[in-house]
Write a protein that binds this ligand. Structure first.
Ligand code: DAH
Length: 362
């Protein structure tokens, strides 16, 4: 066999190896103990001295150049393999690990869940109503007739009924200004007794540090044959203790007026300002957190519930406001700005349950 170093099939084998593994097989095939080159070298011993003189340097050169070629090729293949792995296993180590979270829970959703879980524990179920509401449910049924001054206080968004002729004959729908109409809708459908909460979006034409045109309320309603103001007080104290995670809490019931309750009370919670942030539970200040009272007989009758047989309490509170109080968020407007930095700062990890859930389920 004539072997030329520039153009031999052995070098071709090395060149064509596709992986480090391939190359190792070629090496064993050529230079291994029983490899072809090793066999050639062994055959030198069986040659005539003259022939050996010619072939020996040829074979040894071949062996050497193959060893070099294999070494070179191995380095190329190793680099290629590392590059391949780097591409496949790419990781941006400059990225904050928190950015890898798949998503966070908005504080409003989180607080709504917290409130629902507390009231569920107290035996309340969840009811819902439409956000576009007739003005009968939003006002009349709640003892707020058309000429009642309370209608003005609500900064209502009216839905344009469209055509002029329709506009004259039909009273317009509104974006509900509160969750209270759910009381009437629920009782109308399911009657009494009942114990419900109704969380959801409400709308008013208002915009400043603590008001946004859309915000969230939660309504509470408990109707039975002998439900009283003291039941209302107990439920609200228990709720506030669980929500603010405090063993005892000071609430102040202040006489007030709502058309849909009689008597009515606004409820304040004891708090104090410490370095510009509000601490709930201690101090000498009071913060209003909700409106409440005994459901007005006119509201029960509007919902076709016998007001001589049944009575009960209702309350309404702002979910966003409770979130601001509990988690120290100063500006309500930023809740709805969709600023990813705010959401990352105040959002809750989806996989972590709150202490509250642990406490309630424990
Ligand atoms: N609907 C009232 C509001 O939006 C809040 C409210 C007050 C609801 C007293 C009630 C209640 O159920 O009894 O301002």
């Amino acid at each position: 066999m004539e072997i030329s170093l520039e153009n031999n099939m052995y070098l071709e084998l090395v060149k064509n190896a596709q992986s480090v593994n391939d190359l190792e097989q070629v090496r064993v095939k050529l230079l291994g103990k029983k490899g072809e080159i090793s066999n050639l070298l062994r055959s030198l011993g069986r040659m005539e001295a003259k022939e050996r003189q010619i072939k020996s340097p040829q074979y040894n050169n071949l062996k050497q150049s193959l060893e070099e070629a294999i070494k070179e090729k191995k380095e190329i293949l190793l680099n290629k393999e590392i590059e391949g792995r780097m591409d496949a296993e790419w990781l941006d180590i400059s990225q904050d690990p928190r950015e890898m979270n798949s998503g966070l829970i908005h504080p409003v959703s989180r607080v709504t869940e917290e409130i629902i879980s507390i009231f569920s524990d107290l035996g309340f179920s969840v009811a819902e109503g439409p956000q576009i509401e007739s003005d009968w449910y939003n006002f009349d049924s709640l003892n707020i007739p058309p000429d009642h001054p309370a209608r003005q206080e609500f900064d209502t968004f009216y839905i344009d009924p469209g055509d002029e002729s329709i506009r004259e004959n039909v009273s317009p729908n509104v974006l509900r200004t509160h969750t209270s109409p759910v009381q009437v809708r629920f009782m109308e459908k399911h009657g009494a007794p009942c114990k419900i909460i109704a969380p959801g979006r409400v709308y008013r034409s208002d915009y400043d540090l603590t008001h946004t045109p859309m915000f969230h309320q939660i309504e509470g309603l408990a109707i039975g044959e002998d439900i009283s103001m003291s039941n209302l007080k107990w439920v609200l104290v228990e709720f506030c203790k669980a929500f603010f995670e405090l063993d005892s809490i000071d609430l102040r019931f202040r006489a007030s007026h709502f058309p849909f309750t009689e008597p009515s009370a606004e409820v304040d919670i004891r708090c104090s300002w410490v370095e510009n942030s509000l601490v709930v539970g201690k101090g000498d200040d009071w913060m209003e957190i909700l409106g409440s009272g005994m459901v007005h007989p006119n509201v029960l009758e509007a919902a076709k519930v016998d007001s001589k047989k049944f009575q009960g309490f209702a309350f309404g509170m702002g979910i966003d406001r409770l979130a601001m109080l509990k988690y120290g968020m100063p500006d309500l407007r930023s809740f709805f700005d969709n600023d990813i930095r705010w959401l990352k700062h105040y959002g809750f990890a989806a996989e972590k349950s709150s202490n509250l859930y642990d406490k309630l389920s424990g």
